[in-house]
Design a binder for this molecule. Structure first.
Ligand code: SIN
Length: 475
């Protein structure tokens, strides 16, 4: 088999002398490859070529674009073992999770290959009898994205696939920590027949420099960003000068609520999946737990047992469930949040230890109160703070007491409660008796300072299209 893992690592390697960006395995602290740091003039060149390629691409029938996207999807699936290995080596997540992300990432390519054929406009009843009105949808043009290190494949395909399906070209700056996954799937897109100037990855030692070009270049008509609220807000300001369309998938502070009528075993399963996926480094991770009085002790005991059973280690080794954090800054932050919570009165119910390297023991903190800093902080690590509550109304106020509004979760077996709570939570996504809510058919996105725009689902392609209104007169 044509081994994408080896090919990518070799192709991407340009050697430390060439102003290259080193890619480091967070589990072993060793360099696994290098990628080129492009000059500013190279990035401008990429945008020029991308503009030409976009016009040709948009002129092709949707069915042709769909066919190439389908082939790309098939190649990603065929190479999923190699792609997963690359991801684990550069990002740290366990191999089974990496494989899951490749399948998840591929699902967006498949979904939008289908949606390419369904970008319908409307016919509109005219207000006068001598006119006929209709709308068509057209691609916005050259689209760009800045994508994060926590999902090095899926956060690219979730944006690139709808952009290409819509008829846009697509330029991405993948995170400098995890570019090999990005280069590998791009190589597969080229093998599928997607033109090289249409889908391009660009990196520079300075992410800010690339962001400045993306935001200021007049030919880039759309910027999609997944990352922190702080950076997202800065990018929105920068894009204002050239009035670009933007989609922002920003920070989260997901409450995970366990009501007194919940199935506690299911709630524990959901809590493990939601909190410890990718070692807690996801925007939709459960970030703070609210557990009702009468089931509090039962939930905490079972949760501690489940967390104690998690295997921490190098994700490439069989059976490992929690990998390293991405870098030393991430680890310092997470350990700092634990220390600060303890100083403010929290009890460590399990974990809390620095395990050396970039590994942090999965941790459960109890005696947490709403006023503690950790409740308002996006932890981005394997730490679960638990707050006790008694009344539903008090709970809703606390759950909504955050600047963020991305994901939220709750467990109950009462239908009435399920509807009321779901409607009152000020979040873009709600998991009800479910800890994993992301998939290609559902609209992913937030409210408040978690951003705007939706990815995946039937809405995802509209982020890359403009509506044009046609008025036929003199009829
Ligand atoms: C993210 O954390 O940014 C994405 C997580 C997901 O797609 O489930």
């Amino acid at each position: 088999m044509d081994c994408i893992a080896n090919k990518t690592l070799l192709n991407a390697t340009c050697g430390p002398d060439d102003d290259a960006i080193a890619v480091i395995n967070p589990a072993t602290d060793t360099v696994i490859g290098y990628i080129p740091s492009l000059q500013t003039s190279d990035i401008h060149d990429v945008i020029e070529k991308s503009k030409v390629a976009q016009k040709l691409w948009a002129a092709r029938p949707a069915a042709e674009r769909a066919k190439l996207l389908t082939r790309w999807y098939e190649l990603v699936i065929e190479n999923s073992d190699d792609l997963a290995r690359i991801m684990t080596l550069e990002q740290g997540k366990p191999l089974t999770e990496a494989k899951g992300e490749i399948i998840y990432g591929a699902s967006f390519i498949q979904w939008f290959s289908e949606e390419a054929k369904r970008t319908y406009g409307d016919t509109i009843p005219a207000p006068t009898d001598n006119k006929r009105l209709m709308t068509i949808k057209q691609p916005v043009g050259v689209a760009a994205a800045i994508t994060p290190w926590n999902f090095p494949t899926a956060m690219i395909t979730r944006k690139a696939a709808p952009a290409l399906a819509a008829g846009c070209s697509f330029i991405t700056k993948p995170a400098n920590q995890t570019p090999l996954s990005a280069y590998a799937i791009t190589e597969l897109a080229y093998q599928a027949g997607i033109p090289q100037d249409l889908l391009v990855m660009v990196n520079n030692h300075s992410s800010v420099a690339v962001g400045d070009i993306f935001c200021s270049h007049p030919d880039i008509r759309k910027l999609s960003f997944t990352g922190s609220t702080q950076v997202g807000s800065q990018l929105i300001k920068q894009c204002a000068d050239s009035v670009k369309r933007t989609s922002m998938e920003l920070g989260g502070n997901a409450p995970f609520i366990v009501f007194d009528d919940a199935d506690i075993d299911e709630a524990v399963k959901g809590a493990i999946a939601s909190k410890f996926r990718n070692a807690g480094q996801t925007c939709v991770c459960a970030n703070r737990f609210y557990v009702q009085d009468s089931v509090y002790d039962q939930f905490v005991d079972k949760f501690v047992d489940a967390v104690a059973a998690l295997k921490v280690g190098n994700g490439i080794e069989p059976g490992v469930q929690i990998g390293p954090l991405v870098d030393s800054k991430a680890k310092e932050n997470v350990l700092g949040y634990i220390t600060q919570a303890k100083e403010q009165g929290a009890t460590v119910a399990y974990g809390g230890e620095d395990l050396g390297g970039l590994f942090v023991q999965p941790t459960i903190l109890t005696d947490i109160t709403q006023d503690m800093d950790i409740v308002q902080t996006e932890i981005f690590g394997p730490v679960a703070p638990i707050i006790r509550f008694s009344e539903d109304d008090e709970l809703i106020t606390k759950a909504n007491d955050t600047i963020y509004g991305l994901a939220s979760y709750f467990y109950t077996r009462t239908l009435n409660r399920a509807f009321h709570i779901a409607e009152q939570l000020e979040f873009g996504m709600v998991g009800i008796n479910e800890g994993i809510i992301s998939n290609e058919v559902a609209p992913f996105g937030g409210v408040k300072q978690s951003g705007f725009g939706r990815e995946g689902a039937k809405q995802g392609i509209d982020e890359y299209m403009s509506i044009k209104y046609l008025c036929f007169g003199g009829l």
